[in-house]
Write a protein that binds this ligand. Structure first.
Ligand code: SF4
Ligand code: SF4
Length: 525
């Protein structure tokens, strides 16, 4: 194997040298076979250092690199782009996380940290010699349509933002409510199936009684929270209880519901099934303030287990109290109850006084918001994972807060987890902009680290077809499994489960993984 390797040692400002002997690592790298360049930088994510790295890579004509730095996700996009410019294939760059995996866990054990860092460097050097350059391919998109599912606050914001980015938007709304939004608006419509991949999706839509196919390049899930799905003993006992958003709608329409008004944090007194999150408290405070301003004589109680009015919302809490809103705190031993025989009295043990209060009410309002049950069917149709709370799961909280793990599918607002209207609107704008920009690319990139079947080994058992969460494998015309490259996300599930060992994941082949593991196990972990 002929290779020309560059090793980059990132100091992560001062963290690495504070614990590790950088000179020793530099020597280890310089003495390793096929290493043509060793560069130590202050921060591999910094533009100046990146320029230094790539200029040396060009000068020394390296064809691969090992980079010892921090978490891959933090540095890799810019670093890989820079290497690409220097003529190094992105799949020939091996990143070793020294900060989170060596320095931080061993802050008080410098010797152990040094040994571990050296082992990781050796393992990365061994692995990088086994890597092969991989290419990505492009496929044109058949449409610039962006479909937005749900026409609430976040959905409408997403449609406007996507249209601004040049996309043709199609807004799907389950109800028949009249709407103002750019592009096409389909009311009484919902997604019942879908196939394809980011850039070239075909959704099956039920529009009224009709079932139609709809091509689109990107999708925004904006289904909102399941405001209407209230359950639990309180909801059962008080049939005409209303959710918080309904109270807000009434206020906006100029009417104040019958008092006294009790806003309670959950319709489930066991507090097990529904959580009240920070959003609901901000919203609750805003609404009760409005209520008291409109109708100062109406008695208003807020019954809660844990009030989380963060930051400046504390001021809203204070304002509500000054306007006469009574806050009643309970703990789990005294959860609120309504006797169905007296459906206008809420009994709750006030934890600050230790007394049971019987609050008469004209209107009971639930502040909690369950996840929208529609999420499940949509996630299934689009093959995207759900969170444990029943929301749609996003790609990464820090880097892709409105993206899902599936390219081309974005998510916003309470479809993720319940949140305030303001946040939902901002997220809708972000998701719509991203979906619009995705559609505007006009072509999709795929390939690289994806699975490939060796057809001679395949026994057509269908295990991979049934296992892949993205529906990438299929049985082709030769009665052997094949992988649709555009759909494969390189998760590796099919590789591990194939009983005939017929599938390999490029960039993570058995040989590459074994070689790396062998070297690592020689170290002290
Ligand atoms: S799991 Fe393996 S043997 Fe079975 S169909 Fe897929 S590739 Fe073929
Ligand atoms: S690697 Fe993952 S996404 Fe690709 S075909 Fe296998 S299971 Fe599907």
């Amino acid at each position: 194997m002929k290779a020309s390797i560059q090793v980059v040692l990132c100091k992560c400002c001062t963290e690495m040298p504070a614990l590790l002997d950088m000179a020793k690592l530099e020597k280890l790298a310089s003495d390793a076979p096929m290493v043509m360049s060793v560069v130590t930088v202050d921060a591999a994510c910094d533009g100046k250092d990146l320029a230094r790295i790539t200029s040396e890579a060009k000068d020394k004509e390296v064809d691969r690199a090992v980079v010892l730095a921090c978490h891959k996700k933090d540095i890799s996009p810019a670093l890989l782009k820079a290497y690409k410019r220097a003529g190094v294939n992105e799949f020939m760059v091996e990143l070793a996380n020294i900060r989170e995996e060596v320095v931080l866990p061993h802050l008080n054990e410098p010797e152990r940290a040094q040994k571990k860092a050296e082992a990781k460097l050796r393992a990365a050097l061994n692995r990088v010699t086994m890597l092969e350059p991989l290419e990505k391919s492009m496929e044109p998109m058949g449409t610039k349509n962006v479909v937005v599912i749900g026409a609430g606050v976040s959905g409408q914001a997403a449609a406007h933002a996507a249209a601004k980015s040049g996309a043709h938007t199609i807004l799907l709304e389950k109800s028949g409510k009249s709407l103002k939004a750019p592009g096409v608006i389909l009311t009484h419509s919902q997604v019942i199936g879908g196939k394809g991949y980011g850039g070239n999706f075909t959704l099956k839509i039920k529009a009224g009684e009709k079932i139609e196919d709809l091509d689109c390049a990107a999708i925004v899930i904006a289904t909102g929270g399941g405001w209407t799905q209230l359950k639990g003993p309180l909801a059962k006992a008080v049939k005409d209880a209303i959710p918080l958003y309904k109270l807000n709608e009434l206020l906006q329409a100029g009417s104040v519901p019958k008092g006294p008004i009790v806003v309670v944090d959950t319709p489930d007194p066991a507090g097990k099934t529904l959580k009240v999150q920070d959003f609901a408290w901000d919203e609750t405070l805003e609404i009760v303030i409005e209520l008291k301003k409109r109708s100062p004589e109406t008695q208003v109680f807020v019954v809660f287990q844990e009030m989380r009015a963060f930051g400046l919302s504390e001021l809203a809490y204070k304002e509500a109290a000054e306007l006469g809103v009574t806050f009643v705190r309970y703990d789990k031993s005294g959860t609120p109850k309504v006797d169905p025989k007296m459906p206008s009295k809420l009994a709750v043990k006030d934890s600050s006084q230790g007394e049971v209060l019987n609050l008469s009410f004209g209107t009971l309002v639930f502040a909690s918001i369950p996840a929208n049950p529609d999420n499940m069917a949509i996630a299934e149709a689009l093959k995207i994972p759900m969170s444990v709370d029943g929301g749609v799961r996003r790609g990464s909280v820090q880097r892709w807060p409105v993206s899902t793990p599936r390219p081309g599918v974005f998510v916003c607002g309470s479809a993720l987890f319940p949140k305030s209207r303001e946040v939902a609107k901002v997220e809708g704008e972000a998701a719509g902009t991203m979906a619009g920009e995705f559609a505007a690319k006009g072509a999709i990139e795929f390939g690289g680290s994806i699975a490939e079947v060796t057809s001679e080994k395949c026994s057509a058992c269908l295990t991979c077809v049934r296992t892949c969460p993205y529906e990438a494998p299929f049985i082709g015309t030769a009665s052997k499994a094949e992988i649709r490259k555009q759909l494969c996300q390189g998760c590796g599930m099919c590789v591990g489960i194939c009983p005939s060992k017929a599938i390999e994941l490029h960039h993570y082949t058995d040989d590459q993984i074994m070689e790396e593991a062998r070297t690592l196990l020689g170290g002290d972990f």
